[in-house]
Design a binder for this molecule. Structure first.
Ligand SMILES: Cc1ncc(COP(=O)(O)O)c(C=O)c1O
Length: 461
């Protein structure tokens, strides 16, 4: 505990047998009598820990450098710092955030191929040496601003099947890579390796195989030119929840043989990755409150749609929207669906509903259509898997404040985290220990919950 500072990171211990869902229900019960029904998150830090252990089980040769951009909450950074992860930072501010938790500069990669010169200088002044590039201009900037930098050449991938494409903006082709290596040699800059990103929300693991094979080509080019490259960075793109077609282990089972083929263990190449979504998506659940409601009668809507059930459709207005947490709908192509906090009664009528955010903008629609029982102003809706690309890009447009985040962790998870912090990660032992941790965030909707008070201690660490 003492290696943490005690600001901005407090969480509630879960009593044995209680889950993050219980905390959420408890909070809802607490505020139900009051008018103060602001949207809020419950985030399970134990879920982040479980992801970390699962990572090493699936990708034992790959060190994760968490992509801070995905969710820059200090509690997340501190948790991953304690677990010994590295960090992918995109800017001076992210570097400052990570370094404020005591992470040494060697555990940071400045993984933005196009950087402002003053921010390159900031990295140099703070010991951060690893950084990516994909152009000659960037090479020249780095040569002047940070001659001791250890550069990683980012190559383009075929990310046409990813949910969010990145190679439209970044990444050198193989042909350009050779020119860049030659130029780096002239400028006397150290190129230590190759990075790529298959696109966020990867749907085809073969993209990794092609990118790893391309990286091998660039390593060989580098060797011909006299570089001693020793770092492969396989980027992000891994799923963060189970509601996806392609599961994490399905991807890693394709990556591992490709790594063994192109970068065998005895090659001495260090392999890192930059997972963002993977670590945080499933840890966060958002609770929003219905602040307004409109009933649209069938004749009013002018729709002949047979499925406009029961003669009316319903519009709900909730207190977080696309300018807040649900910016993931616009920027991350997310499709969200609510889980009702109240159990529906048997034989309850279902209505076609739309769900809208609180701002005055017509763009602020969260769900276009969802069939559910009728709800009232003051009722709650939950949205699971809301940790990735949500809070990090949320604005306060129209004056609506961002939801507060309530962090929780079970005692066994806290103990395992401390153990990993003190002794480092011990693959087999920690995998066994994590198997005994209670699940917290991945609950079934409508599950029976404990009415009793569940959270015993609140701790600042
Ligand atoms: C350079 C870089 N690394 C890592 C990530 C994280 O990707 P993901 O959240 O898909 O793991 C991103 C996301 O945009 C990125 O741009």
């Amino acid at each position: 505990m003492n290696s943490f500072s005690n600001e901005e990171f407090d969480f509630t211990f879960l009593d044995e047998g209680f889950t993050a869902k219980d905390v959420l229900d408890q909070k809802i019960n607490e505020v139900s009598a009051s008018d103060d029904k602001d949207a809020f998150y419950v985030a399970d830090l134990g879920d982040v820990l479980r992801k970390h252990v699962r990572w090493y089980k699936a990708l034992p040769r790959v060190t994760p450098f968490y992509a801070v951009k995905c969710n820059d909450s200090k509690a997340i950074v501190k948790t991953l710092a304690a677990l010994g992860a590295g960090f992918d930072c995109a800017s001076k501010t992210e570097i400052q955030l990570v370094q404020s938790t005591g992470v040494p500069p060697e555990r940071i990669i400045y993984a933005n191929p196009c950087k402002q010169v003053s921010q390159i200088k900031h990295a140099a002044n703070n010991g951060v040496q690893m950084m990516t590039f994909d152009s000659e201009v960037e090479l020249m900037k780095v040569a002047r601003a940070h001659p001791k930098a250890k550069l990683v050449l980012r190559i383009a991938t075929d990310d046409s099947k990813a949910v969010c494409r990145l190679s439209v903006k970044f990444g050198a082709t193989l042909k350009t890579s050779r020119l860049l290596l030659e130029r780096a040699k002239e400028l006397d800059i150290d190129i230590i390796g190759v990075s790529f990103h298959v696109g966020s929300g990867c749907t085809d693991p073969e993209t990794f195989v092609q990118a790893i094979s391309d990286a091998r080509c660039v390593f060989d080019m580098g060797a011909e030119l006299g570089f001693h490259m020793h770092l492969l960075d396989i980027g992000g793109g891994f799923p963060g929840s189970e509601d996806v077609k392609l599961k994490f282990e399905e991807i890693t089972s394709v990556i591992n043989p490709a790594l063994d083929k192109y970068f065998p263990s005895d090659s001495g190449i260090r392999i890192i990755a930059e997972p963002g979504r993977y670590y945080v998506a499933s840890a966060f659940t958002l609770a929003v409150n219905i602040i307004a409601k409109k009933v649209v009668l069938k004749e009013q809507s002018g729709s002949d749609d047979e499925e406009d059930t029961n003669g009316k459709t319903l519009m709900y207005y909730v207190n977080d929207g696309v300018y807040g947490s649900f910016n993931c709908i616009l920027y991350d192509h997310a499709h969200v669906k609510p889980v009702l906090q109240k159990r529906s009664k048997p034989d309850e009528r279902y209505y076609s509903c739309s769900i809208w955010g609180p701002t005055c903008d017509g763009l602020d629609r969260i769900v276009e259509r969802f069939d559910m029982p009728e709800l009232q102003v003051g009722d709650w809706m939950l949205f699971e898997n809301m940790g990735a690309y949500t809070v990090a890009a949320a604005s306060t447009f129209n004056g609506f404040q961002r939801p507060t985040i309530n962090y929780v962790m079970s005692r066994p998870a806290w103990q395992l985290m401390q153990q990993i912090e003190e002794q480092g990660f011990r693959a087999e032992a920690d995998e066994q220990d994590v198997g005994t941790l209670p699940l917290s965030c991945a609950w079934e909707s409508g599950i029976e919950h404990h009415p009793a008070t569940c959270a015993s201690t609140s701790i600042n660490v």
